[in-house]
Design a protein around this ligand. Structure first.
Ligand code: SAH
Ligand code: F3S
Length: 438
């Protein structure tokens, strides 16, 4: 049986897509290989959101071509594949295949043609109907699963390459999503994360995201529902109410803000200003007590002044995010922002990024120190990398290291948080505290 190795970069959507690709190939008789050197087919699932992500893949391709087996196939899939298309075949001669996010159905055939030094090919056509509805994804984890509910993006944030790499937005039918989640629950999954680029703008023609949350939350055996990433202004009253009224929906929202300056938000073509974003934060906090909020922030967007940047700092302070992913603006070929004037010099952007990271860390630490001593339910996800602990996750998405046996993996436990590094926690299972300590 031919063996395939898939290496995944980028967001959760890519992780989910790699599970789909494995599903497509398994149907065709492939098995997964543990190492690239053992594989007949090596696929790299890529991200194109920042130049750094692409550079990492290019250097990785340099390593992978060294271990490529005679007659083997090296393919690049995902967003960077879509962005570069045939240019990638020219640039890296050892790459045989370049396939974008809507072309995975064709992989078995393209691989068959490329094997043994055959035909090299690029498929970067968008298929606005493609949902891979008939492909059973091959997933790694059991307790927690990603479920893609929407592909593509119709928004046009001026910095973002995603609309060009993932094509037009489309939502799966609610019934198909519920069927998949029901099947997952039957095989032991208790937590699902619904995925889409603007996931709360989900609409299948008859149902919106509020309907989807209620339907997925009602599936027997599903104890936790998460979703990422929502768009701030798509939190309608209906969606917020569905979150509040669906017990399985977790008390955490990743709410990308990008900037705290209304002037910059306008140039980014985000569909809200600072005040509107803060209204959404207030609505979520009003409806879901104790909700944790995380965000994405870009610094050094063209035209960002020191005043604009201070507004980002003040928004971060005002909201008090639990955590934030922070990025230096990276110009992406073909996106509208590359035509904007007043580029921010790299050293200025770098210095702003450092100040922002310091603030984010300080606020996160403050918040997390305040949580020590509180009790939470964690889903035990597996062994932590260090120290012989189990790793658990609270409904608010905090990571807690807990002493305990492997037998707990996949289960839920009530824990008391006993300490924090500032970002993660140590914890003990309630009821066993005495036994363990004493
Ligand atoms: N809708 C998706 C966005 C994907 S990109 C989501 O919300 O997950 C993920 C994050 O990368 C964005 O929120 C943004 O903060 C960052 N990003 C996107 N394009 C970027 C660019 N050109 N430079 C720097 N950061 C960028
Ligand atoms: Fe990108 Fe904006 Fe869509 S960040 S993925 S264009 S919502």
């Amino acid at each position: 049986m031919p063996r395939v190795y898939i290496e995944t970069y980028g967001c959760q959507m890519n992780v989910s897509d790699s599970e789909l690709i494995l599903g497509v190939l398994r149907r065709d008789g492939y098995v997964a290989a543990a190492e690239p050197a053992e594989a007949d087919v090596v696929l790299v699932n890529t991200c194109a959101v920042r130049d750094h992500a692409e550079q990492k893949v290019l250097s990785r391709l340099g390593e992978l071509k060294q271990v490529k087996r005679p007659g083997g196939v090296l393919g690049v899939v995902g967003c960077m594949a879509q962005r570069l298309g045939p240019r990638l075949l020219e640039r890296v001669p050892q790459v045989d295949l370049v396939v974008g996010p809507d072309g995975y159905r064709g992989l078995p055939e393209l691989i068959a043609r490329a094997r043994g030094g055959g035909e090299r090919a690029a498929d970067v056509a968008f298929k606005a109907w493609e949902h891979y509805e008939d492909v059973p994804p091959v997933r790694e984890t059991a307790a927690s699963a990603f479920v893609t509910v929407q592909r593509g993006c119709d928004y046009r944030c001026t910095f973002c390459i995603v609309p060009m790499t993932r094509g037009p937005e489309r939502s799966r039918n609610l019934a198909d999503v519920v069927r998949e989640v029901t099947d997952l629950a039957r095989t032991g999954t208790t937590e699902v994360t619904l995925l889409g680029q603007t996931v709360n703008s989900y609409h299948d023609g008859a149902h919106d995201f509020a309907d989807l949350l209620r339907a997925v939350g009602a599936v027997d055996g599903i104890r936790r529902v998460r979703f990422t990433s929502p768009y701030p202004t798509d939190f309608t009253d209906g969606v917020v109410a569905a979150m509040a009224e669906t017990p399985a929906v977790c008390e955490h929202v990743h709410l990308p803000v990008q900037s705290g300056s209304s002037r910059v938000l306008k140039r980014m073509l985000r569909r809200y200003d600072r005040d509107r974003y803060l209204d959404v934060v207030a609505a979520l906090r009003g409806a879901v007590p104790g909700i944790a909020l995380t965000t994405d922030i870009i610094v050094g967007f063209p035209g960002e002044t020191e005043d604009d940047f201070s507004e980002t700092l003040s928004l971060v302070e005002q909201v008090g995010f639990d955590d934030a992913y922070t990025f230096k603006y990276s110009p992406r070929e073909g996106t509208p922002a590359t035509r904007l004037k007043d580029a921010v010099p790299d050293d200025v952007a770098g210095e702003r990024l450092e100040r922002l990271i310091a603030l984010v860390r300080r606020l996160a630490r403050q918040k997390n120190v305040g949580l020590v001593g509180t009790t939470h339910e964690v889903l035990v996800e597996g062994r932590a990398k260090r120290g012989g602990f189990l790793q658990g996750r609270t409904r608010t998405n905090k990571v807690a290291l807990v002493p305990g046996p492997d037998a707990w993996i996949g289960d839920y436990r009530s824990v008391r948080l006993t300490g924090t590094t500032g970002s993660t926690f140590t914890a003990r299972v309630i009821g066993q505290e005495l036994a363990v300590v004493g």
